[in-house]
Write a new protein. Structure first.
Length: 206
């Protein structure tokens, strides 16, 4: 191996590491959608075109950054535990909702990112929710788990966007407690449609 070749490889490894480090920081701070390739290059101090060379795409860079920070942000959650819900909300409030939360509401255009985000969501929320529901009502456990996941994603995204003022201003402890109670009622209700009948009102529709 010649010295110039070794130097080029060291420089390539350094550039790749700088991009990965910048991605971990920026995806945490701003989220996937709001972070551009150009901004990643500026943060890393390298040509943003190197993202395609070293990672293939922004989505693949995100996946590698996610792998570097898998714990605890990808650990399974107990959606009926108020403390677990509060800690999740605290993590989200320090940055932007992850692609996994967006994936539950609206699929990402990038199929690879969507698949990875849904896999993470399955491990983190859908699977644990289904396990709880299966103990009470195995026949509709999958549906209950997916409704719980959609509800949780909606709370997280609405809280982050500021569209609902009281929700956005409330403490993570208060919201986490309410979410845990809501999801416990959904996942732990007996079978045969006894989750609760909707109350009939005099005003049709919503």
């Amino acid at each position: 191996m010649t010295a110039p070749t070794a130097a080029r490889r060291r420089n390539a490894a350094d550039s790749r590491e700088r991009l990965l480090s910048a991605a971990v920081d920026m995806f945490t701070e701003r989220g996937y959608e709001r972070t551009t390739v150009r901004e990643l290059g500026l943060r890393a101090g390298v040509d943003p075109a190197l993202i395609a060379r070293y990672f293939g795409s922004k989505a693949e860079l995100y996946l590698e950054a996610l792998a570097r920070t898998r714990a605890p942000s990808s650990d399974p959650l107990d959606p009926t535990n108020a403390g677990a819900m509060q800690r999740m909300l605290d993590r989200v409030s320090s940055g932007r909702p992850t692609p996994a939360m967006h994936a539950a509401v609206e699929p990402h255009a990038d199929a690879q990112l969507q698949a990875a985000a849904m896999a993470l969501l399955e491990t983190r929320i859908v699977g644990p929710s289904q396990q709880i529901a299966s103990s009470w009502s195995p026949g509709d456990a999958v549906l209950r788990a997916q409704v719980a996941t959609a509800a949780l994603a909606g709370v997280v995204l609405s809280r982050s966007s500021g569209a609902l003022a009281a929700l956005g201003e409330a403490s993570s402890a208060d919201v986490g407690r309410m979410v845990a109670v809501m999801l416990d009622a959904l996942l732990s209700a007996p079978p045969n449609g006894s989750i609760g009948e909707p109350r009939l009102g005099s005003t049709p529709g919503v």
